[in-house]
Design a protein around this ligand. Structure first.
Ligand code: KIV
Ligand code: ZN
Length: 387
């Protein structure tokens, strides 16, 4: 594939920054394994300097994942970078991701630093990270509100220092698609050594524009998108992985690049993240919502029965849905649970496995009005993989 779009998943780092979404080491490992099956390119497993628990989690993920790069976040500080490198020890393909803010408001009010010193610190951080790995990503935090000339200067300097991926975050979700696309275009055309790095974007969803901004950036040359399963993330969240991937795949007439994601794993990942965090997916959420492929009105049903493409631009099966939707609720008993599993051809080898799955089903049923076939399937997979 010549024109690849890299998918950088940050569910385990920025996703975990959703208030109430923190995850244990074992939960992170389970999600990381699902992301590996989904074939994301990079898994950002956490922020090792943030806490001993996160250090351990990143280390554990780094040592069970073989087919993706595993990344640790660090501020542009020696100690953070050393911690990230130590946590990533053992990874098949480690990436250190270091960042510092570049917007006037962040530099003046948060960092209380002069722009020259910010560039110096960024360069030093990238050079230090390069002592550990040749896979170094630099993020210009709050790039969306940074001045173009300063951003160009910063990016040129960090590429020279060895950064191989340059990430342009819209940290506060301030940009609109046309302007964000222009920003990416201007950076790629103005930074003299831009061809030495992959340009990446990381969009937050404060105005509901994270996916639109990311796609606009892709149209303007970005070749890595940072995103999360179900759009989990700080405040209103990050760009949703499933929406980015399916937009690129469905609109091959618009986008020249492709991802290598196995889209049939999307629903499993979505369910797993939702179950672990306890954050439900809204029914009308694109791609992964329970109603995303449901047809309610008679006219639509009639059209779909005659030809699916009358009201479907994607196939439910391509993102991992099954055709059947069964309704189970919290009042369902063990026999009903067993009957539904039987209909789905799911059989446990031991009574303990069935009991564990039933207990998980009851927990989930307390959080959701209806339990669908796909919930059951994800729950069983989850039960069996954690036994
Ligand atoms: O939103 C942001 O700016 C970030 C960076 C650390 C990449 O999460
Ligand atoms: Zn972020």
């Amino acid at each position: 594939m010549t024109d690849k779009l890299f998918i950088f998943d940050t569910t385990l780092r920025d996703g975990e920054q959703s208030p109430g979404a923190s995850m244990t080491k074992d939960e992170k490992i389970r999600i990381a394994r699902a992301l590996e099956k989904l074939r994301v390119d990079v898994i950002e497993a956490g922020f090792p300097a943030a806490s001993p628990g996160d250090f351990e989690a990143v280390h554990a993920v780094a040592n069970v994942i073989n087919d993706c790069s595993v990344c640790g976040l660090s501020r542009a500080l020696d100690h953070d970078i050393d911690q990230a490198a130590a946590a990533l020890k053992g990874a098949v393909s480690p990436r250190i991701h270091t960042f510092i803010a570049t917007s006037p408001i962040h530099m003046e009010m948060k960092l209380r630093m002069q722009p020259d010193s910010v560039v110096e610190q960024a360069v030093r951080a990238v050079k230090r990270a390069r002592q550990y790995t040749d896979n170094v990503e630099f993020s210009a935090e709050d790039a969306g509100r940074s001045e173009l000339d300063f951003l160009c200067r910063m990016i040129e300097a960090v590429i020279k220092a060895g950064a191989t991926t340059i990430n342009i975050p819209d940290t506060v979700g301030y940009k609109v698609p046309e302007r964000f696309g222009n920003l990416i275009h201007n950076l790629i055309t103005r930074v003299p050594n831009a061809d030495k790095a992959i340009f990446s974007v990381h969009c937050h969803n404060d105005l509901g524009l994270a996916v639109a901004n990311s796609l606009s950036a892709v149209l303007n040359g970005a070749r890595q998108v940072e995103c999360t399963i179900n759009g989990l993330g700080e405040r209103a969240g990050n760009a949703a992985l499933e929406e980015i991937v399916m937009a690129i795949r469905t609109r091959g007439d618009v986008f020249t690049c492709q991802t290598t994601i196995d889209t049939t794993q999307i629903i499993n990942c979505s369910r797993l993240v939702s179950n672990i965090t306890g954050f439900p997916v809204q029914p009308n959420k694109a791609i992964v919502g329970a109603n995303a492929f449901a047809h309610e009105s008679g006219i639509h049903q009639d059209g779909v029965l005659k030809h699916r493409q009358t009201y479907e631009i994607m196939r439910a099966e391509d993102v991992g849905w099954t055709a059947n939707r069964m309704v189970l609720g919290k009042h369902s008993g063990r026999n009903a649970f067993k009957a539904h599993l039987k209909r789905l051809n799911i059989e446990f080898t031991t009574e303990e496995e069935l009991n564990a799955a039933f207990a998980r089903f009851k927990e989930l049923a307390d959080k959701k009005h209806e339990i669908y076939d796909d919930d059951l399937q994800a729950l069983v997979t989850d039960t069996l993989s954690s036994e």
